[in-house]
Design a protein around this ligand. Structure first.
Ligand SMILES: Nc1ncnc2c1ncn2[C@@H]1O[C@H](COP(=O)(O)OP(=O)(O)OP(=O)(O)O)[C@@H](O)[C@H]1O
Ligand SMILES: [Mg+2]
Length: 242
């Protein structure tokens, strides 16, 4: 597969055309941002570890019947994905109170929520990814009728699968962000990435943070923590396969 011209340089990944129609070349970069890109740092080794974690999790979801944009991992930093039209919503999924929800309702950290909470932000760096509801997203033409219901259904399935997979690695999935895209035939599939950049993970036993919170709060070395997540996923993968 040949890398073609640059389509988009994001904060974490660069997308390029390939010589095959419908497929894109996704390069995981050594970059971390916080506060919607206002704080940007070069972080050696982050691209490799996120690519590996994402590869494990997408292969797992595919093996459980979830349709995704993942095609193959070409190297330490490169994946081939299906090109989709990204639905411009960040789908935020919460199982325990943390972050903005914890703050908004003054909840105890990691309080278990009675049911999974799904909310949306409109993907716009310019507007700082504002919170949006399904009615607004429909009214503004960001989604079509039926999309929100399908996104919710897929999100709940993916959440159940990820909770279980992370638990095998002794990790608690507190909350995370997903992106979905549409194939040319209109089908909605899981896209983008799942990595500690967009998941809140804590050790199931000690509740120690193992995610981007160590970077947001400057409490630890990001790559060391991400490598710990990768190691646990790899070890539990070996166990799952014997
Ligand atoms: N399969 C795909 N097809 C097309 N675009 C994709 C696909 N998967 C992810 N993208 C998009 O690739 C871009 C680059 O990813 P990256 O994570 O670096 O973005 P980002 O800086 O977080 O930007 P954004 O605010 O747009 O999410 C994002 O806009 C993301 O939505
Ligand atoms: Mg991103």
């Amino acid at each position: 597969m040949q890398r073609g011209s640059l389509i988009k340089e994001g904060k974490a990944k660069s997308l390029y055309e390939t010589d095959e129609p419908g497929l894109i070349w996704v390069e995981y970069m050594d970059q971390a941002t916080a506060l919607n890109g206002k704080r940007k740092h070069h972080i050696a080794g982050k691209g490799v570890v996120n690519n590996k974690i994402d590869t494990i999790l997408f292969n797992y979801l595919i093996s459980e019947g979830i349709k995704t944009d993942y095609v193959e991992t070409l190297s330490d930093t490169v994946q081939i994905n299906k090109s989709v039209k990204i639905i411009p919503l960040e789908v935020i999924v919460r199982n325990y109170a943390s972050g903005s929800l914890q703050k908004k309702f003054n909840l105890p950290y990691l309080q278990k929520l009675n049911q999974t909470v799904i909310s949306y932000c409109y993907k716009s760096d310019e507007l700082d990814d504002p919170v949006i509801n399904a009615s607004e997203a429909l009214g503004l033409g960001f989604i079509q009728p039926g999309d929100s219901e399908r996104i919710q259904e897929l999100t709940l399935q993916i959440n159940d699968l990820l909770i279980e997979r992370f638990a095998q690695a002794n990790l608690q999935l507190v909350d995370f962000k997903l992106e979905f895209g549409k194939l040319p035939n209109g089908e909605i599939i899981l896209a983008d990435e799942i990595s500690p950049d967009n998941c809140r993970l804590v050790d199931l036993t000690t509740k120690e943070s193992l995610d981007k919170d160590v970077f947001r709060k400057s409490t630890g070395d990001l790559v060391t923590v991400y490598e710990e997540v990768l190691k646990r996923l790899e070890q539990s993968e070996e166990k799952a396969h014997v």
